[in-house]
Design a protein around this ligand. Structure first.
Ligand SMILES: [Zn+2]
Length: 132
């Protein structure tokens, strides 16, 4: 099947993914803010943050709770990483809806676009066959 990819500043993203995410993300209220860490559950075995902690029950045997355990997020549209330190992460601020993050470019250019299809048509695109 042939897929169309759009060249965004942080990488190439499938056009259908952009369309779906934008129509979904438009439903939330977003606020530009500096990225901040959130509590996370750390897998004791691998010592990595596997879940955002939202007050859910967890097994102390397998997980520990760290207040600032969540080290970065990814833009919902282009997947660019958003984190605290400009040395480690591409973006240090973005739009936040209380749960998800969107990078500035994707929010301002795509989510806020009056006509998304027009906007997408301006951006460079290419086709790629994906064999599954
Ligand atoms: Zn983005």
């Amino acid at each position: 099947m042939e897929h169309t990819f759009v060249k965004l500043p942080s990488g190439n993203v499938e056009i259908e993914h952009i369309r779906e995410m934008v129509s979904e993300l438009k439903k939330s209220e977003w606020k530009l803010m500096k990225w901040f860490s959130r509590p996370a559950l750390i897998d004791r075995k691998s010592n990595t943050a596997t879940h955002l902690y939202m007050g859910q029950k967890f097994d102390e045997k397998y997980f520990k709770l760290e207040d600032k355990g969540w080290t970065h997020d990814h833009c919902e549209i282009c997947f660019v990483s958003i984190g605290e330190s400009p040395n480690d992460y591409t973006e240090t601020e973005g739009y936040f809806n209380g749960y998800d993050w969107i990078c500035k470019f994707c929010f301002e250019e795509l989510v806020l676009a009056e006509n998304l299809e027009k906007k997408l048509a301006i951006l460079e695109q290419y086709q790629e066959k994906i064999y599954t």
